[in-house]
Design a protein around this ligand. Structure first.
Ligand SMILES: CC(C)(COP(=O)(O)OP(=O)(O)OC[C@H]1O[C@@H](n2cnc3c(N)ncnc32)[C@H](O)[C@@H]1OP(=O)(O)O)[C@@H](O)C(=O)NCCC(=O)NCCS
Length: 457
């Protein structure tokens, strides 16, 4: 125990331990959900220059050790800017995009090369007593991104300012298969041997699309997108994100690129999502732990942009235990459901049906068959945020179908507070004696539940 802990009372230590165990258990469904998934993380030069970057690197190391496949795409805008200033070079902006002439290109190469070295060094750090201890990350890079010139627009030659032509996703995938972190920059190379200064958002989007990544995560100065009252949108459908973007772009001509950090990132994410990337996230590089909160907690830390929601009713598996417990534990504490330990739930998981929405369990129900041809419907619960959307009905339907398949003819349920919900769905109150003998002997008199029965046709 550390020196600090010695000053805590045993009660405080017990609370800390409880919190730790709860946190770990609540994270487990997400850990399973993210393992083997491909994430593209976009960090512009501001994010890398921030004091919090060291913490972001630790979180990246943690994700890598949990089996998440990671591609980091870094930009270098402020670093390029300061090099240009040092050399007193004036560059032209056209439609908010920098024209990269020969002199500017040498600043771009210097800035990107130097940043890359710093990032690789940070990712290599395995300092004792830090979260990186023993992490031993392997980072690789290369000529994975091909660029082409933007060319001449309105008579202005953009010179070495370019756009992504192609991303060699197969080569990147091979590195990811080896457990390596792939580090890409805002530079692209052409078959003619030229170097192009690309927009980091373009590289990140095209890489995420080429890899059909599970997520594109952009680090910005804000905690995602807020509404007019300043409240954070934790989730936005792609269509809503596009509407918002439309407002940011109002007044810009077609050839103009979005030029605030938020609008550039929102544009990148909506584009990626429309091209098949499942989710986009906008999180803050200033907020310590934002990446972990966004990935491992329900409420997240930024804004997640999603395709139309994906929901299904299916048989539960062992990975769902954490999610089911999250739903039923508050109801157990409130006395609405009978208490079940994690161990019991694990052994009985095969009896459960769940409603899954975007990878998280939001509803559950269980079926226990008896030898006399009856079955108990138990543990019917829907996450309070999602009630009133007929998910209870869907679960009941799935359980009834499953009971019929097992030739079970009567479905009963013991309830203390949901009598009417069942009555409205064809259940009728019966005496305790209508229960199979095995269940009668287990009946908890103290709970004084009512017994309802539905005969399955
Ligand atoms: C019961 C429960 C599963 C219903 O889930 P749901 O997805 O909201 O169900 P549906 O959308 O299909 O049905 C909603 C309807 O049920 C009603 N309802 C919800 N809880 C009810 C209750 N305890 N008693 C009576 N009716 C109830 C709602 O008012 C709504 O009716 P309305 O459309 O007329 O307003 C959910 O409310 C829940 O998890 N409750 C707590 C757990 C519980 O009590 N489980 C049963 C013990 S076995």
């Amino acid at each position: 125990m550390t020196k600090n802990n010695i000053q805590l009372s045993s009660d405080q230590v017990a609370i800390k331990h409880r919190e730790y165990v709860d946190f770990f258990r609540h994270s487990s469904p997400y850990i399973n959900a993210h393992r083997g998934k491909t994430l593209v993380l976009m960090l512009d030069g501001e994010a890398i220059a921030s004091d919090n970057f060291a913490n972001i690197v630790h979180d990246i190391a943690l994700l890598n050790s949990l089996g998440v496949r990671l591609v980091l795409v870094h930009g270098a805008r402020p670093q390029i800017e300061s090099r240009l200033q040092e050399k007193q070079l004036q560059t032209r902006l056209h439609h908010h995009l920098r024209v990269t002439d020969e002199a500017a290109l040498s600043c771009v190469k210097e800035a990107v090369g130097s940043l890359r070295t710093d990032i690789e060094a940070k990712l290599s750090m395995g300092v004792a007593n830090s979260p990186m201890q023993g992490a031993r990350l392997r980072v690789c890079g290369g000529n994975f991104v091909a660029g082409k010139p933007l060319g001449v627009v309105d008579g202005v030659d953009y010179c070495h300012t370019g756009e992504v032509r192609r991303v060699d996703h197969q080569a990147i995938e091979r590195q990811l298969d080896e457990g390596q972190i792939v580090l890409l920059s805002n530079l692209g190379y052409s078959p003619t041997g030229e170097v192009f200064n690309l927009a980091v958002e373009d590289v990140a989007t095209q890489t995420a699309v080429a890899l059909q990544a599970d997520k594109l995560i952009c680090f910005g100065a804000n905690d995602g997108v807020t509404n007019q009252q300043g409240e954070r949108h934790s989730e936005l459908l792609v269509k809503a994100a596009e509407r918002l973007l439309g407002r940011y772009l109002d007044g810009l001509s077609d050839s103009e690129a979005p030029h605030t950090e938020l609008s550039r990132q929102l544009a990148a994410i909506t584009k990626a999502c429309k091209a098949g990337v499942e989710r986009g996230h906008l999180i803050s590089y200033l907020n310590d732990g934002a990446l972990l909160l966004e990935l491992f907690t329900r409420e997240g830390s930024g804004t997640m942009v999603i395709q139309e929601s994906y929901e299904q009713v299916r048989q539960a598996s062992i990975e769902d235990v954490g999610g089911i417990l999250e739903i039923i534990q508050p109801l157990e504490s409130a006395g609405a459901l009978v208490r079940r330990s994690r161990e019991l739930l694990e052994t009985e998981i095969g009896r459960f049906t769940v409603v899954e929405r975007d990878g998280a369990v939001i509803g559950c129900a269980a079926l226990y068959g008896f030898e006399d041809g009856s079955a108990e419907l138990a543990c019917v619960a829907v996450n309070p945020e999602y009630r009133g959307g007929h998910r209870g009905d869907q679960l009941l339907q799935a359980i009834e179908d499953s009971a019929r398949e097992q030739q079970l003819e009567r479905l009963f349920v013991l309830t203390t507070r949901t009598a009417h919900w069942f009555q409205e769905r064809g259940f009728a109150e019966v005496e305790l004696s209508a229960l199979p003998a095995a269940k009668q002997s287990l009946y908890n008199l103290q709970r004084n539940s009512k017994v309802f029965l539905k005969v399955l046709k």
